[in-house]
Design a protein around this ligand. Sequence first.
Ligand SMILES: [Zn+2]
Length: 424
Amino acid sequence: MVQRGYVKCPSCGKLYQLKVQLDRNIKIFEWPISFECVDCGDNLTYTYSPRGLSPKEFKFVPSPQDPPITTVAYSSTLPITGDVYMKDLDYAQSMIFSSQFLNLSFRSPFSVEEIHKYDLFITRMQDGMLPYRGVLKALLPILKKGKVDAFSKKMATLFNEKKYKPLGSAQDMYDSYFELLKGVYLHIAPNRYLEECHTSFVKPLEDLINNSTVDEVRAIKAKLDASGLISVWYKEESLPYLAEAINNIQKIVPSMIYACAGIKDVEGKDDLKIVTIGCDDATDLYKNGYEVLAHGLKILVGLNNLRENGDIDVFSNPGLGDVDTITKFARKAAGKMIEHLEGNIPFMNYLDGSLNNKIRNAASHSGGIYYNVQTQHIECYYDATDDSKVYETTLMSVCRLCHVLLLHLLEVTLLARKIVEKAK
Ligand SMILES: [Zn+2]
């Protein structure tokens, strides 16, 4: 079912028709709506919950005499096809019932079967993770303070448990927090991703730590810690970023269909739109996550060196001449790290653009991002000294990269903690 509603841009007064897809997900949760005004560029943000639109919709009764009205179709979990995004529709066109579900199966790279698989993935996330998406953020300050009893109580409150079982020690508290993190990972990683990326890349690195002796893991940790303690990395950088990003995870949900279907190349695939997040928000999420992942990259690369070559300091491909140890690698700037790894195809395939230097550079300097609201195309001027260097992408593509980035960050954080615990 589709519900029509009207909103007015608070800054320039332009009227929009919202066509909200009322699926079962939208009825049990609060979802974000976000798009930029085509006329004045203002960020328009709303939420849709079981109580309807908030702030309240604008009272408007359409009639056949009205001029065409700019229409934005909305679904909390599905991408939007171009024919119903920012299109001026007349009265008759506005009244046509159109389901995003059907629309997608006609005008997208996804088969009906894949869309159904995605629906199962969303249902699982809706039941097991979305209601608790704020838990990591709520618990983090208490975790940092090391207050075990307060942590236990807070956890019971957050999960609606009447009685709480006090955790015995700071160790138990950290264990619980990382269990929650693992739970989040398993809910935002579609089966296809787990089968393809986790099994072929992450699982062997986990096995490597599990199958090494305590002394061997201590040696690994010492090498990784030489350029900055990995425990400090996850406590100070990774956990705060993840807590915040997971708290706002609904904003990028519609892009998760790509990972479900195993599609990596978003651009050119019928250009699907996303109306749960604006461009600034998405590029910020990406840019900040990029920094965190870049600082933890040595963990992945070090373990991968060990797996591929039996030595944490030996890289499989020649790369940069002056990088011959993991410590020297870790001290390079992010862009240089990627340059060094470029010849390692399996590694780059796994990374899958989660460290795209061009988007990050453009997002890091003012005027670096040019966004077209109507097409959702993004021009990234990644070199502040040369305007002719442009990288083109789309909002949906950046959101897909944010999803991949989050999956990778969760993987590296869980690996880092495994090393730290075993080396104790
Ligand atoms: Zn406006």
